[in-house]
Design a binder for this molecule. Sequence first.
Ligand code: GEK
Length: 243
Amino acid sequence: MSKQSTYDKVYSKPRDMIVDFAFDDAVVKVFPDMIRRSVPGYAEIITLTGLLAEQYVQPESRCYDLGCSLGAATLSMRQRIPSDCTIVAIDNSQAMIDTCRQQLGDNDKATVELYCQDIQDADITNASMVVLNFTLQFIEANERLSVLQKIYKGLRPGGLLVLSEKLNFSDVQEQQMQEAMQLSFKRANGYSDMEISQKRSALEKVLIPDTFEQHQQRLQTAGFAQVYQWFQAFNFVSIAAIK
Ligand code: GEK
């Protein structure tokens, strides 16, 4: 989606020490390329998010894009929602927000408000759709339920949460199979084994995936009556939770 996106070489040179992954300037420059080549199904989820918005977004309500990065889901929603809605896009990386702002441009569609903020501190009100696209996995495990409870509270009845995540599997063989397939996906997209292994080390402590059962249970505990997995590509899924 970015006109400025360059080829991701962030982990292409051997590093003496791998520090924890951060959404800094180097990552922001290559982000659209990085996520497209690393997350199977990413482009489809973004496109289909627009269709979900068309179906679920209510007039004069708010849509939230939590952990918006460069605003891919925001742009997809903006194409298909009433112009009297507002999209609130939040990310705690200033570098992401600055580049996202440049990409949004002016237009006569729904207003987009952009905030550099931790989603744990964000207020959610009058929402009919909330997108958490590959972001909950970066929140401390014991803080995830309170984020979902806050979203549930801020949604109107009939409102939709789209939760996309990398998954773990409780079945050891399935875990091996799905991980191996993501590895093949990354190799097929031009990442070397060294890049894959250095990025994996950098993400180890910051991206902690749950199983589908953990997500389902947490969403139900937060109050969501309907929880459906609507998309899967190997170990990446998207869940629709309806209030
Ligand atoms: C997309 N949704 O293109 N508060 C706010 N932002 C956060 C937090 C937090 N606590 N933790 C991480 N982030 C996007 C892709 S990327 C997924 C989301 C990935 C932000 C972080 O700065 C980054 O921009 C985003 O969440 C995760 O549809 O890179 O795997």
